[in-house]
Design a protein around this ligand. Structure first.
Ligand code: NAD
Ligand code: ZN
Length: 347
């Protein structure tokens, strides 16, 4: 664990993200948002704070320490549109935000994705700081530099790689997070146990969040633009994306990932890559987070198998990220019959 201290952020854990000249720090700890002025770029004269009503109403507000204006977006995933990007850019321009100023996004992944992409394109790119307020945002969406919005044709189809100048993961914000959002983050957290092959249960929540950030950072540093290694971050996601694309199941993203992890383990076992103990470990980790290890009731196995082919990793047929003797690796060529039979096994 890389734990360092600095004035005002003394009790927080610092996780450095090593990306050459685009390197930055992620700070994790209760109340770190109150140190925002210390991480806002020193030469920014103005800051556009982008947030949501639900976040502000929960008392999660910030003071960037320089002249700022707050821009409130609607709630939910549907704010991630090109229309919202244009609206924010126009409001920034009307206010007079310049290319030397900065954006601060305060919220979950929807806000950081939208505000991050807006920052990436406004004036061809201005600096952005994330104050991440959901568990999923803290361990996933705010780290790695992917920003973007959705199109009616699909999620995250328009975006840019744009690294923030700093990220504050305020763990105090999690106190007001609705329980289903917390569960969603926990499903994503379960994934990191297998990417790093580490027992994260031994750590307290703040340390565990920092460790997840560190694991993601290591993967991203090795593969900033997603050519290979970064695909391990999609562990458990092939089934999750199929469940989400099918719709009609009452599952948050991370809950779908949790089932997807168990499915991936069962598949890896049937493909002769891991033993029953390792499958049991997957069930145990997911179960310890109080998340379901089973397919939702009434899930349509045939529909899910055909949706696997539409997953974005499908370049030559379906690719599953599967655990094995050398860790998590892409595996292709699994028979549809095996995919279906394994779905039945986790019903
Ligand atoms: N860029 C990436 O690498 C990356 C990675 C993973 C996910 N994502 C994106 O992240 C998004 C999902 O993020 P999310 O799960 O954080 O959802 P979200 O941002 O929609 O937030 C979930 C809900 O919680 C509310 N909320 C946020 N913080 C709160 C708090 N502290 N107290 C009370 N309410 C609060 C929000 O207003 C919202 O209603 C998706 O759009 C996904 O595509 C991006
Ligand atoms: Zn995910």
């Amino acid at each position: 664990m890389t734990a360092e201290t600095s004035t005002g952020l003394d009790s927080a854990i610092r996780v450095p993200i090593e990306l050459g000249e685009r390197s930055y720090d992620v700070w994790v700890g209760p109340g770190v948002r109150h140190c925002l002025s210390q991480v806002v770029p020193g030469d920014a004269k103005r800051v556009a704070v982008v947030t949501q009503a639900a976040v502000a109403d929960a008392g999660i507000t910030v003071d960037p320490g320089v002249e700022h204006r707050v821009f409130i977006t609607d709630d939910g995933e549907h704010i991630k549109t090109m229309g919202a990007v244009e609206e924010l850019c126009r409001e920034f321009a009307q206010w007079g935000l310049t290319r030397r100023d900065a954006v601060v996004a305060v919220g979950g992944g929807a806000v950081t994705d939208l505000a991050g992409f807006t920052a990436a394109v406004y004036h061809r790119g201005i600096r952005v700081v994330y104050v991440s307020t959901t568990l999923l945002g803290q361990i996933d969406a705010s780290v790695g530099g992917k920003t973007g919005v959705n199109l009616p044709e699909g999620k995250n189809l328009v975006g840019a790689f744009w690294q923030p100048s700093a990220v504050l993961c305020d763990t105090e914000a999690l106190d007001t997070l609705p329980s289903e959002e917390m569960r969603s983050g926990l499903g994503e957290m379960a994934k990191y146990h297998f990417i790093a092959d580490a027992d994260l249960h031994a750590l307290g929540l703040v340390e565990r969040i920092a460790r997840c950030v560190e694991i993601k950072a290591e993967v991203v540093a090795a593969d900033e633009r997603e050519s290979g290694r970064r695909a391990v971050l999609n562990y458990g996601h092939t089934l999750a994306h199929a469940l989400e694309a099918h719709g009609g199941y009452d599952l948050r993203h991370g809950e779908a990932v949790a089932v997807g992890l168990v499915y991936a383990a069962e598949l890896a076992h049937r493909a002769g890559r891991i033993g029953v103990d390792r499958v049991a470990e997957h069930r145990q980790v997911v179960g310890d987070y109080d998340l379901s290890t089973r397919l939702p009731a009434g899930a349509d196995a045939d529909a899910l198998v055909s949706l696997f082919n539409r997953d974005k990793k499908a370049v030559d047929g379906v690719t599953f990220m599967l655990d094995g003797p050398e860790g998590i690796q892409p595996v292709t060529g699994l028979e549809p019959a095996l995919l279906r039979e394994t779905l039945e096994a986790i019903r």
